[in-house]
Write a protein that binds this ligand. Structure first.
Ligand SMILES: CC(C)(COP(=O)(O)OP(=O)(O)OC[C@H]1O[C@@H](n2cnc3c(N)ncnc32)[C@H](O)[C@@H]1OP(=O)(O)O)[C@@H](O)C(=O)NCCC(=O)NCCS
Length: 167
């Protein structure tokens, strides 16, 4: 596999992240095509405390993961949502998404986060430690697709609300 590296997004990366996100979600059956715009809005709203890109040896951006703050019904602070996560179609299933997610979760912990939620396929996100908890809910999608990972402190309960960029 070609060498890749991860780094925080930098000024000037916005259009490449946008294009990558559109390409990654283009053929996804559950996508409504809004993911790239969501990332832009998170950034504009100041709700993108952690945004990592994966770059190849030519410094081209081939993967991206966003983390944004969430609020929880019981007011547990310092929790975040992971996503969207994107890898360019030609390089999917080569470990890039896993590398981005592991690196992002590690940095999130270092930033003092107490935990993270994700909405997605449990078959994929279980490998990073995410688990469904029926007491922490997100209305709409099948419940088992909403999962959480506790870093520290108490396990929160209640309804989770994403940043307003998610609509
Ligand atoms: C999901 C995504 C980020 C994963 O990145 P990746 O680099 O392709 O994944 P990795 O190489 O790290 O992991 C590959 C493993 O994940 C599995 N996998 C990849 N995408 C998956 C998905 N959507 N659902 C379930 N499993 C998935 C593969 O089967 C493979 O499993 P294996 O290790 O048992 O063989 C990437 O495929 C992508 O951009 N998909 C389109 C956008 C998307 O669905 N994003 C996630 C929702 S926010």
């Amino acid at each position: 596999m070609t060498a890749i590296a991860t780094r925080p997004e930098a000024p000037g990366d916005e259009d490449a992240i946008d294009a990558l996100t559109r390409a990654a979600f283009h053929h996804m059956p559950l996508s409504d095509g809004s993911e790239a715009e969501t990332v832009r809005r998170l950034r504009a709203d100041g709700d993108l405390p952690l945004s990592l890109v994966a770059v190849n040896m030519d410094e081209a951006i081939i993967g991206h993961v966003a983390f944004s703050p969430v609020s929880i019904g019981d007011d547990t602070p310092h929790w975040f949502a992971m996503g969207p996560v994107s890898v360019i179609p030609l390089r999917q299933r080569a470990g890039i998404g896993s590398r981005l997610i592991e690196s992002g979760l590690l940095q999130l912990r270092r930033m003092g986060a107490k935990g993270c939620v994700v909405l997605g396929d449990p078959d994929y996100y279980h490998r990073f430690g995410f688990r469904h908890d029926p007491t922490l809910t997100y209305p709409g999608p099948p419940p088992e697709y909403f999962q959480r990972l506790v870093f520290a402190g108490r396990t929160p309960h209640g309804v989770v609300r994403y940043a307003k960029a998610f609509g």
